[in-house]
Design a protein around this ligand. Sequence first.
Ligand code: PLP
Length: 388
Amino acid sequence: METDLRRTWTEIDLDHLLYNYHALRRRVGMGVKFLGVVKADAYGHGAVQVARTLQDAGADYLAVSSLDEARELRSHGITMPVLILGHTPPEQVSELIRLGITQAVSAKAKAEEYSAAAEKCGGTLKIHIKVDTGMSRLGFLCAGEHFEGGVARIAHSCALPALDAEGIFTHFAVSDEPGAENEACTRAQFQLFCDVIDALKAQGRTFALRHCANSGAVAYYPDMWLDMVRPGILLYGLTEMAEELGLKSVMSLKTCVSTIKIYEPGAAISYGRTYKTDRRSRVGVLPIGYADGFFRTFSNRFQVLTADGPALVLGRICMDMCMIDLTGCPNVGVGDEIEIFGARNSVNAMARMAETIPYEIICAVSKRVPRLYYRGGQVVDRKLWITE
Ligand SMILES: *Cc1c(COP(=O)(O)O)cnc(C)c1O
């Protein structure tokens, strides 16, 4: 039996994804390669469908966080280059080689383990060197006193017999944030990255793919695009940067009205009795809750969109349901569609209300929510976790 798609669902607009891809492509020009970041199930949009769309559109590379994510792409017909940004245990190197996956390498010890493992299985592992220029996460430490040692460790790693160092990259901490201090930090990170590349070049080590531009740098730092850009959130049309660039949000989260009831003044709504009706109220029950990714922090604050205008969430959001005020929306009836976020109710504004970033809101849409893929206004594909 199929899931009831009319409970709560997302609509993924693949036309918008393609629009964003082509707009970003035009922005960086054909001389710059394009890596689409599809980690975390393509930020909740569905990695296979997004990757397939990008592959067909001519993107050059994809990035994921883990071998499991890479394997999912390969087992669904994605043949283009894929880079794993996170760590993969050396025991899995033969699998990386078999699947033709590129691995980020962030330390000399890991490079040695990877090379030994690749040698053992008689193959060569394609790698991209990750340089820590100030994000203080993964990567060869090269700042300040670590410069010479860092460069030497990278050179040593690239020269290992069973590794093929195709690329080198770094990641920015504040390229998407305005202000002179953030710009200075980003420029310092970029300068250090260039210095590392130059020092390696002086030793005869060059890379086909030098990359550092996440969405922030794609939007604000054209001089940092190098050989390849690496945007994630811009592809999905979110953040103020996407608004400035005229991109389109790809995901909408929708639900419907399951019940409507009338309460007299003084009725307490939901757990904790945090909302009491102050008038005769028409209250709708929505089959969406925090288990679907509709955070409890939106209780009593967030307005969902009905065909008859916005409607406030009343009382606490429950695990599987929440209540909304339909008193001012007399034309909304049982079964009517409700937009939690999407074209009209922006994720960006929702993220500001929750004091978080749009990334967290879209990644949190839970796996029980079906994804419906649209092209030309028609559903062309579906992704359902619960199919029996
Ligand atoms: C997630 C990630 C990106 C994409 O970041 P956006 O801000 O979504 O563009 C790029 N590079 C690395 C290393 C990442 O982890």
